[in-house]
Write a protein that binds this ligand. Structure first.
Ligand code: GLN
Ligand code: ZN
Length: 765
């Protein structure tokens, strides 16, 4: 029998149990015991679900209370000193590193004030990991044994699992030096970190684990020479250690072939490749297998929700069997299923036809099992027939194709994607029109999404309050936000986005061509989950989506009010996209819909308009080459199609976050003002890179993922640092990102200090 395997399962619980309890713990409403018990329950459910589905190789240590990379940092003692000096329990150290911690002293505990570590996108996904941060003083040693504990926990339930660890090369390469050690190259720590890998692997073997899944996803990136050669060094050393389990080296999200030399001849028991994303690598990667090495065929998509096409997958796996023999082939998910919602069965409102096209994590379990059975000669004919019917129904559905959208798309040309005048001319008219002070202050759009907002949104969704009552409520929230911004003295105001459940979902719900889930949550970071809408067909905008709220907000104030939209690339990236047309086509369809919205805002008198593109960097193909340059072109074109229909005196803003952004990539968008997340960038070189950015720019001054309040002096110091290299007349003052996850108290305090710091510099300049 060919075996089936799952690389990781969502850990949030079918009904977001982990989020609810984690946040209750942070709020002091439940104790650590209760949170830990919830984690245990989720793990147990997940293992049993996989066992019952018939999955042969079930993962453990894929669970985390915050992030699996952060778990490893804690396990290996990669904990900057600033987190250890408060005598916090381990769990709190974990959360402090993930989200920062600011706590007044009590009789029994010290005051705590520490910022979070940097959080960045996990490859090209919308998951974020906490970046390991190394110092010269980092001393690797084992702190506990989470992977062993979880392995034993499953074993006690009678379930044999394969523990998962991020491998040493990827772990180091995904990290960065801490501010006190900027000259340190993390990969140079390889030989120092291997003993702790050896130790944890030995413990796993001693506990009974026969095989461990070692994730080395960096193999799909362009790697510098010293990182490529690190694989051989690392795995040769591990192979020499005594008492280790077998290691299966796992790669995903792309093509490994450019780094094939780095993993050829590695002493591991097998390899996993992602053939959903990169089927073309098949011949080359298979050719490196030697002797007994197994081939795990990633064929069930861990990143999207479309039902697997069994006939295609079975043919693919059969090809693998022919090459290497059935006893060495494993049928697997392409990556961890972390990136997909938990269970389609919990969707009660989806149209039955559309629902039949989807497969969530739970359904994907049976997919790997069915494919494995099919290639082993078992009779699964009824499953195959049902699958073929679903695939056909989707292909032929009217919901998929819209001739009018396709016609409009074919007419996109240069005139549609170019502003009327170049930036310097626009700047002149905008200066005259808005008359903003030096160091203009603004925010990124959202204000705290309070419990009250969520309650009212739910009531409206359930029909417990009328549309008029809901609108009245939203208007009162908008008014509160506008009044606060006037009070604190911000210059360009926002309406606060209280009507939006999520920046993509909100627009998706109003666009034709989209489907939605009611419970399709996916972890984005920590306790923040998103419910990506699903692009099922050609996209268009039946009517205005955001004009009413922005116009109302503008009516309340004489200051410029910034209309707020989500850009085409972000709408695409944060949705589950179609897999039957290109991303470019989907993005341009979205850009036409947004263009109409931008033009409607302008016509209604909202003439500062921000089109957010936080996902633009994450969409960048992982490797340099044609695909990447094409992407940069169509991503920028999409933004410009959306924003170029306006007058010169309409000021277009954009916003980016979560990534190491290349200023050259955003130039092509030609936005008048951009704001970027910046508060955790310590490397002065990075500031330097942005000083050549031609248009105006706000470098984010505080971390909005953390409740911590920076003082005015901190803002003054930070701005001072930046102004050493950055031209004052281009400089906007703003936070890193929107404030929706924050509370009002810290929002008020932080923004007050930020505005005070801007005023301080206005007097100096
Ligand atoms: N305008 C959005 C907000 O303020 C932007 C969010 C984001 O960039 N992720 O919430
Ligand atoms: Zn942002």
């Amino acid at each position: 029998m060919v075996e089936s395997s799952v690389l990781g399962f969502p850990r949030i619980g079918a009904f977001r149990e982990l989020k609810k309890n984690t946040e209750a713990y942070w709020a002091g409403k439940i104790g650590a015991d209760q949170l830990l018990a919830v984690g245990k329950e989720i793990r147990e459910k997940n293992w049993k679900l996989q066992k019952e589905a018939g999955v042969d190789i079930i993962p453990s240590n894929d669970f985390s209370y915050y992030d699996q990379v952060l778990d490893l940092s804690l396990l290996f003692n990669v904990i900057p000193d600033r987190y250890t000096k408060f005598d916090l329990p381990q769990l709190d150290v974990l959360f402090a590193m993930g989200r920062g911690l600011q706590r007044k002293a009590t009789e029994s505990t010290k005051a705590v004030d520490v910022t979070a570590l940097e959080m960045v996108k996990w490859f090209d996904s919308n998951y974020h990991y906490v970046r390991p941060t190394f110092s010269h003083s980092t001393e690797f040693k084992l702190n506990g044994q989470k992977p062993v504990d979880e392995y034993l926990e499953a074993k006690a339930l009678g379930i044999e699992t394969r523990p998962v660890l991020v491998g040493p090369v990827s772990y180091l390469y995904l990290g960065k030096p801490d501010k006190d050690s900027l000259d340190l190259k993390p990969i140079s720590l390889l030989e120092k970190i291997l003993p702790v890998y050896t130790e944890i692997l030995q413990k796993l073997a001693a506990a009974g684990a026969k095989e461990v899944q070692i994730d080395e996803p960096t193999l799909v990136l362009d790697l510098p020479e010293e990182v490529q050669s690190a694989f051989k060094t690392a795995y040769d050393i591990l192979a020499k250690a005594e008492g280790l389990p077998k290691l299966v080296l796992t790669t995903y999200f792309g093509d490994v072939t450019p780094n094939l030399a780095a993993i050829k001849n590695l002493p591991v028991s097998g390899f996993h490749f992602d053939f959903v994303r990169a089927p073309q690598q098949f011949d080359e990667v298979v050719s490196i297998l030697s002797g007994e090495q197994t081939l795990s065929v990633g064929i069930v998509d861990g990143r999207n929700i479309w039902k697997n096409d069994f006939s295609k997958s079975i043919a693919f796996v059969k090809k693998a069997i022919e090459k290497v023999g059935a006893e060495k082939v494993v049928v697997a998910t392409s990556s961890s299923l972390l990136h997909t919602p938990v269970d389609l069965e919990n969707e009660k409102k989806l149209d039955a036809e559309i629902k039949n096209w989807f497969s969530f994590a739970t359904q994907k379990l049976s997919e790997v099992v069915t494919i494995a059975k099919a290639v082993s000669g078992a009779d699964v004919s009824s499953a195959l027939e049902a699958n073929a019917a679903a695939v056909k129904s989707r292909k032929e559905s009217d919901l998929t194709n819209d001739a009018a959208v396709e016609a409009r798309l074919s007419k996109i040309d240069k005139s549609l994607s170019t502003r009327k005048s170049p930036f310097p001319e626009r700047l002149t008219v905008q200066k005259a029109k808005y008359n903003l002070p030096l160091f203009p202050t603004t925010t990124i759009g959202s204000f705290p999404q309070t419990k009250d907002i969520r309650i009212n949104r739910n009531k409206f969704a359930k029909g417990e309050i009328t549309a008029e009552q809901y609108e009245e409520f939203i208007n009162s929230e908008i008014e509160k936000v506008v009044r606060f911004q006037e009070e604190v003295g911000l210059d360009v105001l926002v309406h606060g986005e209280p009507e939006r459940n999520d920046m993509v979902q909100y627009f998706g719900e109003q666009l034709k061509g989209y489907a939605f889930t009611t419970n399709g949550w996916v972890q984005s970071y920590g306790s923040r989950y998103v419910r990506p809408p699903i692009i099922v067909g050609d996209v268009s905008r039946p009517k205005a989506m955001s004009v009413k709220e922005s116009v109302y907000a503008q009516s309340l104030t004489k200051k410029p009010l910034k209309g707020m939209l989500t850009g085409p690339v972000t709408c695409l990236r944060w949705s589950f996209p179609r897999d039957d047309v290109s991303q470019k086509v989907q993005s341009l369809q979205l850009s036409l819909a947004l263009r109409d919205e931008v033009n409607d805002l302008e016509a209604a008198g909202v003439t500062v308009i921000q089109v957010d593109e936080p996902a633009i960097r994450e969409g960048l193909p992982l490797r340099a080459g044609q695909e990447r340059s094409d992407y940069l072109e169509w991503a920028a074109e999409s933004f410009r199609v959306a924003t170029s229909g306006v007058r010169d005196d309409t000021q277009i803003h954009s916003h980016f976050c979560y990534s190491d952004l290349d200023p050259n990539h955003i130039k092509a968008l030609d936005a008048d003002v951009v704001s970027i997340e910046f508060s955790k960038k310590d490397d002065p070189k990075y500031i330097q890179e942005f000083s050549n950015y031609p248009n105006h720019i706000g470098l984010g001054l505080f971390d909005i993922h953390s409740p911590r309040i920076p003082s005015k002096e901190e803002f003054v110091a930070r701005i001072g640092e930046i102004l050493k290299v950055y031209p004052a007349d281009k400089f906007w003052v703003n936070p890193d990102c929107g404030l929706k996850t924050r509370g009002w108290e810290e929002t008020k305090a932080s923004l007050t200090n930020m505005v005070d710091a801007a005023k301080f510099y206005r007097e100096k300049y």
